[in-house]
Design a protein around this ligand. Sequence first.
Ligand code: XMP
Length: 510
Amino acid sequence: MQKILVLDFGGQYSKLIARRVRELGVYSEILSFKTPIETIKENNYHGIIFSGGPSSVYEDNAPTVDKKIFELSVPIFGICYGAQLMAQLLGGEVAKSTVKEYGNTQIELTKNLSPILKKIKSPNTVWMSHTDYISKVPEGFIITSTTKDCPVASMGHLTKNFFALQFHPEVTNTKHGQAMIKAFLYDICKCSKTWKTASFTTTAIDEIKEKVGDKKVLCALSGGVDSSVAAILVSKAIGDNLTCVFVDHGLLRKNEADDIERIFSKELGLNLICVDAKKRFLSKLKGVTDPEKKRKIIGREFIKVFEIEAKKLKGIDYLVQGTIYPDIIESGAGPSALIKSHHNVGGLPKNHQFKEIIEPLRNLFKDEVRNVGRGLKIPDMIIDRQPFPGPGLGVRIIGKITDKKIALLQEADHIFTEEIRLAGLHSKINQYFAVLTDMRSVGVMGDARTYFYTVGLRAVVTSDFMTATWAEIPNEVLARVSTRIVNEVEGVNRVVYDITNKPPATIEWL
Ligand code: XMP
């Protein structure tokens, strides 16, 4: 299959570049700038894109790449930092400006026609975010556009097929960015449309059949999008030889365990074992208030329960995991401050008993996983699901976790999610849920005094969940949710709406 490499210099948009390439029908993968040149050569890429990055080419230890990359006879497309690096490595000059050019900017095309910009008119809106700029292009390059603050907004070497843009074609603010990437892929790299999730599905099913044969496979199913699609894909390949294990830790949303059982076992016909481990989890969590301790306990117990179940099922060779491409890229990222120890259902015990792990979705982005799922006729209820943290309501109950508090939060959350759907807001908000605070306050109901809990409502708009903005839900919807929660959920007399972005807050409260 034809492949495009996105060489990552630490830019925040590297993943977005790779997604844009795939949206245009060409497979792409991201590798660190540290990848040895031999590996890049062996992979026979049709084209290479240098990503942006936060550094300046003049900084000590600035990310760079072996100059031999320019001798591979592969077209190269530099974006922002990648453009500056290309200029510097090939003998041009990069200068430091005193002003940062940031945001929407107009480019003017020069009379030197660029094959990358051939479909766009001058002037045109692009998205800039840089301080350094290319002050002199390397030998053989032509300047193909400028802005009022930037003498080289784009440049190209027409015979060697090296092109560079100071701006970001991958963000939607660059009006014709996708056309520029398309020109690089199809006109310069001579790619053809070879990446489609439908063909992915057929190939993946064949590969799983080939690998597994008539052996038995286990899958830890959380009911989330990734593990569900992975499970169904594998079941299409090997049928009854797949067994799924779903662990109910007692911290699920209202009706969740029943829904999972109904959908996967009855509707989709999978072999499903639902393990009721509520007592085990809740006894371990008794009296625990520290958020990280809660997360660790739930993570550890989850693996223990899963191991016990796996041991009961004799003769299992393979384990399926719903790992997706962003998980792979992120686990390779450098050390960053630990904010929360995330754990996913399906996290693997260290000394596992399996011959091999199968991760059929390891090369896919989330939206591609959803497409595969739709193609496999998995119900929308599963495909359109929001992320739900592995530790579940355990990280949505502040303070001690009790049966009563879980029941109360399940009800409040159910009302909130129901009203959001009824208001037609489900597809406009990326994640929404209720939180149970540990705070009680005085209220009056009928003529009686109450001293009940406060429920927090959280709803955010985000594309990557790394940053998020609180959602502007219409007042009448909030009013309805508040009235219903206080009227219908015994033990709650106050509802608050969280109007904090991430950062400084996180999406979950714990
Ligand atoms: P935060 O709270 O870190 O959440 O802003 C970002 C996203 O991650 C989800 N989340 C988790 N997902 N295991 C998961 O699989 C976890 O332990 C976990 N903790 C948070 C959260 O719901 C949000 O979508």
